[in-house]
Design a protein around this ligand. Sequence first.
Ligand code: PGA
Length: 244
Amino acid sequence: MQLEIFEDHQGLSDAAASDIIELAKIKPSATLCLASGETPRLTCQLLVQKVKNENLDISRLTFIGLDEWVNIPPDNEGSCHYFFRNELFSPLGIPEKQIHLFDAMSDKLQDECRKMDAVIRNKGGIDLMIVGIGMNGHIGFNEPGVSFDNYSHVIDLDDTSLSVGQKYVKTKVSLQKGITLGLRHLLESKKVLLLANGKKKAEVIKKTLEDNLTNSFPASIMQKHAHGIVMIDEEAASLLNQHK
Ligand code: PGA
């Protein structure tokens, strides 16, 4: 695992977007897994700009959504569907057949999980995965205590995810469960970028990098990934020993 520290959110988002562009050039049929949320929003926006500026054809890339809130409909602005449609798929005109998002409204969520696992397997794995980190150390909805051996699964959200989640879902809806790729997918991805910015992420970044590897803090799994890069800004790096 490597650590890269950037001056600000713009810097790390630009680097992450450039990584996607580079991959799309080397392997136009690559499989990309992206997280939604405040952290990767700027990466998505910069990616849209770069693709347009370079007139790059990315119609053969496969897009996988990292997770989704169970029972939150795709037209709810707090859903991951809504985020991806607005920030990425519509602006770039990504063909529907290239998009794979969990249907979290399905009454057969286990089937959704197996379907997603099959898509990833049939593609020969994920080439690049870009994730954020939650205030409880989760990646996607891999909540504290989750097994590192899981592929896609449905999980009860922990209290931190439930309360932080209200910031995305503006209307009153009941959040309880999430559907998510598993940490085994992360370990098997050819490359993973974990992005974090701002002072409020400094504590969780310190734990990710300096505490022991443990499933009670899922993001510590990054320590195990040979091609994992933690990309953070100066504020998120402010509590690291090497930075003091
Ligand atoms: P954020 O979410 O990017 O909106 O901070 C991170 C997460 O909970 O995974």
